[in-house]
Design a protein around this ligand. Structure first.
Ligand code: ZN
Length: 286
């Protein structure tokens, strides 16, 4: 909280969690950077709301960047991946991606609740697209800075709190402008290499910085044998039996997020196909 200016914020610094996610594929440099920014953004947005479930930032396009997914749960578990076609441009301009769609989804997988907002992609980078999303969706004005390198993925999000009583409007506006100027002096290298508290005091030392208890974030995946079973059941008996035939009687499913391997032989397959999802889920041993 920047008390003098009436601004609240979230600062996210991912280290091991980001390296774990980035290490799952040989991402080209431009995509590596955008995926890191999206991971930091998913954690920033999660830190900003009362969340029950998970929040994801997802992008799809017909261009070289085919899809990107970044998710953070209310427990601070992050996972993410991207798929692309070579060659990828050296700088990824999100606004130049053909038929691109970006969405922010807040949901609870078990309870099936879902809220989804579409992000206008008339902006070259993720931070300006998200800032625009905040201004369009009638939320508090936000300033967002994102950066990622091989070691860290870092994000800073600041929001102007509504003024009390209304008569401070001019002062509030001045304070917000002042904070934006201070934030604009922040370079990627400084953001990526400075300890969070040091960074905040250095930038905003005249704004009465008040820090709250930090929350740990870590890599984590929500895949499970039950979810893979549900996916196989949705494929249908013909597809499952054809796959068993092709693969010498064993279906192998590997989670793309965490590399967890799930295998099903003919007996497992028969069991899951004949069981109703509601009856099988709680009794299946994990
Ligand atoms: Zn997984």
């Amino acid at each position: 909280m920047l008390e003098r200016a009436g601004v609240r914020g979230v600062l996210v610094q991912l280290g091991p969690a980001w390296r774990e996610i980035a290490g799952r594929a040989e991402y080209p440099a431009a995509l590596h950077s955008v995926l890191g920014q999206a991971m930091a953004a998913s954690a920033l947005l999660t830190g900003n709301i009362k969340l029950d479930g998970a929040l994801s930032v997802e992008l799809k396009s017909d261009g070289a960047l085919r899809m990107l997914f970044a998710e953070c749960t209310d427990q601070g578990r992050l996972r993410g991946l991207a798929r692309w076609n070579d060659p990828l441009p050296e700088v990824l301009d999100l606004a130049a991606l053909p038929k691109a769609i970006m969405a922010i989804t807040i949901g609870h997988a078990e309870r099936g609740q879902r809220y989804q907002g579409l992000v206008d992609l008339q902006h070259p980078n993720l931070s300006s697209a998200l800032e625009n999303y905040f201004s369009q969706s009638e939320q508090l004005p936000a300033r967002i800075v994102l950066a990622a390198d091989g070691e860290h993925a870092v994000g800073l999000m600041l929001q102007k709190l509504p003024g009390e009583g209304g008569h401070h409007a001019v002062e509030d506006e001045d304070a917000w402008t002042r904070i934006q100027h201070l934030t604009a002096t922040l370079g990627d290298t400084e953001l990526l290499t400075t300890a969070p508290e040091q960074l905040l005091y250095r930038l905003y030392h005249e704004e009465s910085v008040r820090l709250f208890e930090p929350r740990p974030l870590a890599f984590g995946c929500s895949c499970s044998r039950e979810r893979v079973e549900a996916m196989l059941r949705a494929l249908g008996r013909d597809e499952v039996e054809a796959t068993l035939e092709d693969r010498d009687g064993e279906i192998e499913v590997i989670c793309e997020f965490c590399a967890q391997r799930y295998t099903f032989d003919r007996i497992d397959a028969e069991h899951l196909l004949s069981a109703s999802p509601a009856a099988s889920a709680p009794t299946t041993a994990q």
